[in-house]
Design a protein. Structure first.
Length: 164
């Protein structure tokens, strides 16, 4: 039992209240990929007793932390793979999405959407990493009021409906 003199914070230092927890086939390889592709910093890695699989890893990308681990029977959902696309897409704000997209593709990600300015004030594009996760890389380029965004969204919807 903890002493009454010590106070444990309910949210650990450096963490946010929501933290993605990714199941990945070949987690150790993924960690190295995310370092190259997204500039991730490895904060922690706990190996399984066999020394082969990663039980838990913690990476920092920008000001956010993500958890990841190898697939473990009975302990985690399956990792994305052929016929099992991930139901989750990561959204990563960066200083320059064009530079970030090139970096990710150069590291081995597949471009799925070229960078373009979007009606809500972000410039963004997307990649799929070699481990089955999709990442939207975005840079906020224009502050907009709700009304400006609503009008721009209506114009976007009209263009989509007309096939432009």
């Amino acid at each position: 039992m903890a002493s009454k003199a010590s106070k444990v914070e309910p949210i650990p230092h450096g963490m946010r209240t929501v933290t993605p927890n990714m199941t990945i086939t070949d987690c150790a390889k993924a960690i190295e990929f995310y370092k190259r592709a997204l500039g991730a910093e490895e904060l922690d890695r706990m190996m399984a007793p066999d020394g082969k699989s990663v039980w838990h890893a913690m990476l920092k990308i920008g000001d956010s932390v993500i958890f990841m681990a190898d697939e473990m029977a009975g302990m985690s959902p399956p990792s994305p793979g052929p016929g099992r696309p991930s139901p989750v897409r990561m959204w990563l704000y960066v200083n320059d999405c064009d530079v970030a997209l090139k970096r990710a593709v150069d590291a081995g990600a597949k471009a799925t959407k070229k960078a373009e300015d979007m009606f809500w004030g972000d410039r963004c594009g997307a990649v799929k990493d070699p481990f089955g996760y999709e990442w939207t890389l975005a840079t906020h380029i224009k502050d907009m009021t709700k009304e400006e965004m609503r009008l721009a969204g209506e114009e976007f919807a009209r263009k989509m409906a007309s096939g432009q």
